[in-house]
Design a protein around this ligand. Structure first.
Ligand SMILES: CC(=O)N[C@@H](CCC[C@H](N)C(=O)O)C(=O)O
Length: 384
């Protein structure tokens, strides 16, 4: 395979779009990525896949011609449990799973950049990390803890992108400091007593307790945190009951907390615990609340490297650069940026639909523009 054409890149992206897989189950995706990579010029590349401790991950090292450093580039590869409603001819073929966060675009851009540097040998070494489990189960943290970045696989600096429907297709967005929030998953289990719908006095209804919890939680952001700062509490899943005429003796909520600092996340956790204890007491039930931050630390861009990246993209004729605000999205790349200096940035994909929506349809024009901007930046970085 020589340099991938734009049409080939689009075909790759559309194929990836049709085979979305959930975190840690990206087997077909990994196999297809390996198939594409295997057709590239691998003269000075080394590949690690079928890694026992993280089987759906792939690492590719490109050995530079005169290396001063090893530059890491990460793409995530997992998808979301969303029923696609785009109506596209190449929509997901996997029921209830969709690349609704654009990781198909991320992977295609990474393949395009990899292909470029396999055709034009870089001066520095490059390590490409195709990472499972960004949406949940923190694949980046797992990879680090399993020692995947040890020895010659250790990047001296690490870069990664996320697509952004609010920015023009192919533009690059970034900022100094915090780009994304830290997140923490929260699960709440309510246990009371089931019974007949006609005899509420003999039961303890957990639909009511969970509903009250949800309502009370709404005051945490509005009443317990400094309005100048930012925080988010979203419960995206609520489960209770089996039929209209049985009072449910259990309920479960699954949600996510976001804050631009760890202090904010801890403040929200504290208040959620207090509200849960209050519900347990006033509804005479058990409320078990569990938190899991995993690797979803705030995404903190390294000052020196990020200034260099922003300065480059600002003056690069081929790139439309946009300085962005912090976003409340989370990313386990935040964990890797706590271990290695580096920068996360946005790639604009111009869409009316938001990330995680069933109608998310990124503009494919972003792919070749993104690849070209990233290639130019990495080439510049290798000589500066
Ligand atoms: C970019 C993006 O959408 N990332 C996800 C990360 C999820 C983190 C974790 N599973 C949580 O929900 O707290 C996001 O939802 O922001």
């Amino acid at each position: 395979m020589s340099q991938l054409t734009n049409d080939e890149l689009i075909q790759i992206r559309r194929h990836l779009h049709q085979i979305p897989e959930l975190a840690m189950h990206e087997v077909q995706t990994r196999d297809y990525l390996i198939e594409v990579i295997s057709q590239m010029n691998l003269e000075y590349a080394e590949i690690r896949d079928q890694i026992a401790t993280l089987p759906t991950a792939i690492l590719v090292r490109v050995n530079g011609s005169d290396p001063l450093r090893t530059i890491g580039y990460r793409t995530d590869i997992d998808a979301l449990p969303v029923d696609e409603q785009t109506g596209l001819a190449y929509a997901s073929q996997h029921p209830h799973v969709m690349h609704a966060c654009g990781h198909d675009v991320h992977m295609t851009v990474a393949l395009g950049v990899l292909n470029h540097f396999l055709e034009h040998r870089p001066k520095d070494n490059l390590v490409f990390f195709f990472q499972p489990a960004e949406e949940s189960q923190n694949g980046g943290k797992v990879a680090f803890e399993q020692g995947l970045f040890e020895g010659k696989w250790r990047p001296d600096e690490f870069y990664g992108l996320h697509d952004n429907p609010d920015l023009p297709a192919g533009s690059i967005g970034c900022r100094m400091g915090t780009l994304f929030a830290g997140t923490t998953e929260v699960n709440v289990d309510f246990r009371g007593k089931s019974g007949h719908a006609a005899f509420p006095q003999d039961a303890n209804d957990m639909v009511v307790a969970a509903s009250q919890f949800i309502n009370q939680v709404q005051t945490i952001i509005s009443r317990s945190i400094n309005p100048i700062e930012s925080g988010v509490i979203t419960f995206g899943l609520m489960q209770a009951g089996t039929i209209r005429n049985v009072i449910s003796g259990s309920a479960r909520l699954e949600g996510t907390i976001r804050g631009l600092t760890q202090v904010m996340i801890e403040r929200i956790i504290e208040r959620l615990k207090q509200v849960a204890a209050g519900i347990a007491s006033s509804y005479d039930c058990d409320v078990d609340i569990q938190f899991n931050q995993g690797g979803y630390l705030p995404v903190e861009n390294n000052p020196e490297l990020t200034k260099r990246l922003i300065d480059f993209f600002t003056q690069d004729d081929g790139t439309q650069f946009i300085e962005t605000e912090p976003a409340m999205t989370g990313e386990d790349f935040g964990y890797l940026l706590a271990k290695f200096p580096g920068t996360m940035f946005w790639l604009g994909v111009n869409d009316d639909s938001q990330l995680h929506s069933a109608t998310f349809k990124p503009d494919e024009a972003a792919i070749s523009k993104g690849i070209s901007s990233i290639n130019s930046f990495l080439e510049y970085r290798m000589t500066n």
